[in-house]
Design a binder for this molecule. Sequence first.
Ligand code: ZN
Length: 346
Amino acid sequence: MRYQSFNLRLERVRSLALKGAWTEHVVGTSFEGRPIIAFQQGVGSKRIMAWSLMHGNEPTGFEALLQLMAVADLESSYLLIPILNPDGAEAFTRLNAQGIDVNRDARNQVSAEAKALVAAYEAFQPELVLNLHDQRPRFFPKGGKQPASFSLLAPKGHPLTPNLAQNNAQQRAKRVLAKWAKTLKVKWAGGVARFDDQFYPNAFGEFFQEQGVASITFETGIGLHDWSRSSVAAQLGELLEELDKLPGWENLDLDTSAYENLSMNESPANEWLIHHAEGCIHLRLHESVQQGVYYAHWLVDSIEHTMPSWKESHCKQSLTHLELGTVLTLDQIHSFGISEDFGLNN
Ligand SMILES: [Zn+2]
């Protein structure tokens, strides 16, 4: 389920919050008047803050946070903001209703979402923050043959103000990611990548790292046979549970090579190649929501000849009439005699 309305998502979070004795705090109000709500629980010694749907069309982290909220015996203390960008979540857009990318608003804090995030952070005083995002299907580990289902990043602190606190924060983030990288290798070998920690001054990962609080940016992608990302969400939920059970930060391995040695995140792969009677076309997934209805459309794009492809189909007709930029529905594609269904519209 890639899209749900804000109200339906909030209903799902609240239902879990009631069962698990989570307390609810309104930490802000979006441009269109929707509440930005944090859910808090626990007296555990590790203090973890996480948010999802900062970009409204990236719901995998949301599903993982709900999985965590459903765990009965959590051992850490949490502040979760599962729908940080309520207007973007409702419209299924990356940006908020003012057209602001909240993850580029960490310094200026013009948006209500950035203000709410910083206020919640200051009130809760976390020791680790998790910034959960989705990335497009086009990403893969460099040299690899399958999509990057998980791309990990321990961002840098501010290079102009180097200090021990921000270095220690980045180091703790790397140690968590090294632990996760080892876990992911078991079931997702070939589907895990690392981001270049190039400094983005306006992003929240860098901003919190600079404050001396360990900060992780986590990007989930498609699975090779799971374009809806449900198995990826379940795996992320398991990683969060694994971290919860860690007795203390000192129990993390000092060796971060499992993270450092991951292949770098690379793009652009071909998403869906269709070999037809007179050649080949490349289709890229294009998701949108119109009047509350989710559509997975496919955009005819140029072929990346040296890059891997996630899906290949064959068609007896000629498709040479389909120009670059043409948008196709799955029904139109089925009319070419191709029966593929990616499970996205369920
Ligand atoms: Zn994002």
